[in-house]
Design a protein around this ligand. Structure first.
Ligand code: NAI
Length: 387
């Protein structure tokens, strides 16, 4: 891929000891399209500046907070092209809003915001401003997820009847938030995580994955939330029954207490004439079962995969690719979308089918509906949000 210059990336959050910021940095570097040049990496300004210097950033671009980053970058001729927001959920909205209003493109972590009100406002702001807002729904970066999407859209399994999707983790199976684990602490605080616990943290990934691959729109849901760890303020396990537009059904499970499941993202889609299964821990394979035929393993890298999958692969078959490459595909896609907009052309395949602000808004609306359903013990119909 050729381009005139690297895009300049800023980052808010993702400082020393933080989780996802480092994944963003690796993903942004992988294809050589982004240079991390500025950051306000920590809620503590001194720690944030020290971290910036430890990453080799110029001291004039080692900022104490996001307001300083915006002011400093806005004044530069070589200002950052986009800023990645890698902070806890409740801070996404004010940071993204300030960045967009100052004219910056944004790459925002999921869930887009902690409240539906904020998500609606942010999506509207993104749309009206024309700024690019990508949302890092990681699992939509995998080539074999794109392969499933393309094949389902082409009718390979006929009309979808049911979707089974799950995201289960084990790391919060005990009350680690009460024993000093900062990451678990904000995730179990409704004022910081939002109203949904596991459903907001990881159920949003599963919801997006199911809709992305099937192309179906969720119509209504009935949810049951549980909190298994004593003293926890939010759900740590969610079961959601879903009805999609057109009659397809879905079942979604998110759990933070599923002992033995380190990162259990699993998707199974059953149609009238076949099924696809994709498990994140074997991400290079897609299992295809045609009606009346034999089980087939579609491998990343094989000649039979679509261009949509091929543009998201870097190594030949047999050399596994995984999580970091999937995340890098999002960064490559965001770069392509931003370059295409600047050049006034249509984006190439990598810059298409990206998770954007509207997908983020739908994810937050899903979480709200799940919590409403669980609290009322009633089904909830999703209100389509205007675009
Ligand atoms: P973390 O707790 O490990 O790190 C948060 C970082 O943000 C820390 O460095 C903290 O000092 C900094 N921070 C907090 N407030 C700030 C502010 N106002 N200004 C500047 N820095 C600030 O959190 P983690 O696990 O990395 O999660 C961050 C976000 O990423 C969350 O929204 C989470 O849902 C999302 N996430 C997404 C994943 C994915 O697969 N896409 C995986 C894990 C997290």
């Amino acid at each position: 891929m050729s381009y005139e210059r690297k895009l300049r990336l800023g980052m808010v959050g993702g400082g020393e000891g933080a989780y996802i910021g480092n994944i963003h940095r690796i993903a942004a570097r992988l294809d050589g399209q982004w240079d991390l040049v500025a950051g306000a990496f920590d809620v503590d300004p001194d720690k944030g500046r020290a971290f910036a210097l430890s990453q080799g950033l110029d001291e004039t671009r080692a900022y104490g907070d996001y307001q300083a980053l915006i002011a400093g970058e806005a004044a530069r001729a070589d200002r950052v092209d986009a800023v990645a927001i890698c902070t806890p959920n409740f801070t996404h909205y004010p940071i993204a809003k300030a960045l967009i209003e100052a004219g910056f493109d944004v790459i925002c972590e999921k869930p887009l915001t902690a409240t539906l009100q904020d998500a609606i406002a942010l999506e509207e702001l993104a749309r009206r401003s024309g700024r690019f807002v990508g949302v890092t729904y990681t699992y939509s970066g995998y080539p074999m997820v794109h392969e499933a999407r393309v094949r389902i859209a082409a009718g390979e399994i006929g009309a979808v009847r049911t979707v089974q999707v799950e995201y289960s983790l084990e790391w919060m199976a005990t009350a680690i938030e009460q024993q000093g684990n900062a990451q678990a602490a904000w995730r179990t605080d409704p004022t910081k995580n939002g109203r949904g616990g596991s459903i907001g943290d990881i159920g949003t990934h599963a919801y997006h994955l199911a809709g992305f691959v099937t192309g179906l729109t969720l119509e209504s849901l009935t949810a049951d939330l549980a909190t298994f760890v004593d003293g926890r303020a939010l759900d740590d396990n969610a079961h959601v029954m879903m009805r999609y537009d057109g009659g397809a059904r879905g079942l979604l499970w998110s759990s933070q207490v599923a002992l033995g499941n380190s990162n259990g993202v699993r998707l199974r889609v059953f149609g009238e004439t076949g099924s696809f299964q994709w498990f994140q821990e074997q991400p290079n394979e897609l299992v295809y079962q045609p009606l009346g035929g034999r089980v087939q393993l579609i491998k990343r890298g094989s000649d039979e995969v679509s261009m949509d999958a091929q543009v998201r692969m870097r190594t030949p078959p047999g050399h596994p690719e995984g999580y970091l490459e999937a995340f890098a595909n999002l960064y490559a896609g965001f770069a392509e979308a931003i370059r295409a907009r600047t050049a006034g052309r249509d984006p190439g395949l990598l810059g298409q089918n990206l998770p954007l602000a509207y997908d983020g808004l739908k994810g937050v609306a899903f979480v709200e509906a799940v919590v409403d359903s669980a609290e009322s013990e009633q089904p909830v119909w999703l209100v389509p949000v205007a675009v």
